[in-house]
Design a protein around this ligand. Structure first.
Ligand code: 5GP
Length: 217
């Protein structure tokens, strides 16, 4: 079967990074494309595991060198998918998971029409607020900015192939896994299927011939 890109997007606080990690831990047929970014690492984030953290100059140098499949500005920082990361996973025969925002998802869809795009949404406004670390009565300009941006991002969800509501993490992971299994079974993703069907057809033909001959005898 031909490996394909799996794009996961969500409004910030949608829970997609947790879902991506859980999927990658559970399935051997998936690999992660580590993005590059100009933003500074958050506590606990590791170079080369969560992101490649680059200075702006280095990032733009690599853009000019054609090292990115796509890149976009988000919240004042640059983020991009490295061609070498994607290629390495696809070459190993695994589907490549991209945790990227909407502009990036659009670019990937254009370049890889066989990509599967999944948009993860929080189950409610209150839950989104909670996941963003806020509480009712919070006073924070950045929290308001992120909530407003989530509204904008939600309007883009209909462009995706699938929308998964992340009410329960285990269930959301299972739902994405089901999507991947169904997508993997599509005939157009299975180059060997045509030959397999031809072999099966010949076997059935041989069987029919034998039955026919024995009934004639
Ligand atoms: P964060 O700073 O919270 O890790 O990520 C901010 C946003 O950038 C998220 O929506 C994340 O999915 C997106 N992002 C991460 N890596 C990439 C990338 O390589 N390309 C694009 N277009 N977006 C990315």
């Amino acid at each position: 079967m031909t490996a394909f890109p799996v794009v996961l997007s969500a409004p910030s606080g949608g829970g997609k990074t947790t879902i991506a990690r859980a999927l990658l831990a559970a399935r051997e047929d998936l690999g992660y494309s580590v993005s590059a970014t100009t933003r500074t690492p958050r506590p606990g984030e590791q170079e080369g595991r969560d992101y490649f953290f680059l200075g702006r100059d280095e990032f733009t140098r690599r853009v000019d060198a054609g090292e990115f499949v796509e890149w976009a500005e988000y919240g004042g920082e640059l983020y991009g998918t490295l061609r070498a990361q994607m290629d390495a996973v696809l070459a190993s025969g695994r589907h490549v998971v991209l945790d990227i925002e909407i502009q990036g998802a659009r670019a990937v869809r254009k370049l890889f029409p066989d990509a599967v795009l999944v948009f993860i949404v929080p189950p409610s406004a209150e839950e989104l607020l909670r996941r963003l670390g806020g509480v009712q009565g919070s006073r924070s300009a950045s929290l308001v900015r992120r909530l407003r941006r989530a509204i904008e991002e939600l309007t883009e969800a209909l462009e995706y192939d699938y929308v998964v509501v992340n009410a329960d993490r285990t269930e959301a992971v299972a739902e994405v896994a089901t999507i991947l299994d169904a997508e993997s079974g599509r005939p157009r993703r299975n180059a060997a299927l045509e030959e397999d069907l031809a072999v099966l057809g010949r076997e059935i033909g041989a069987l029919a011939d034998r039955i026919e001959q024995s009934t004639e005898a």
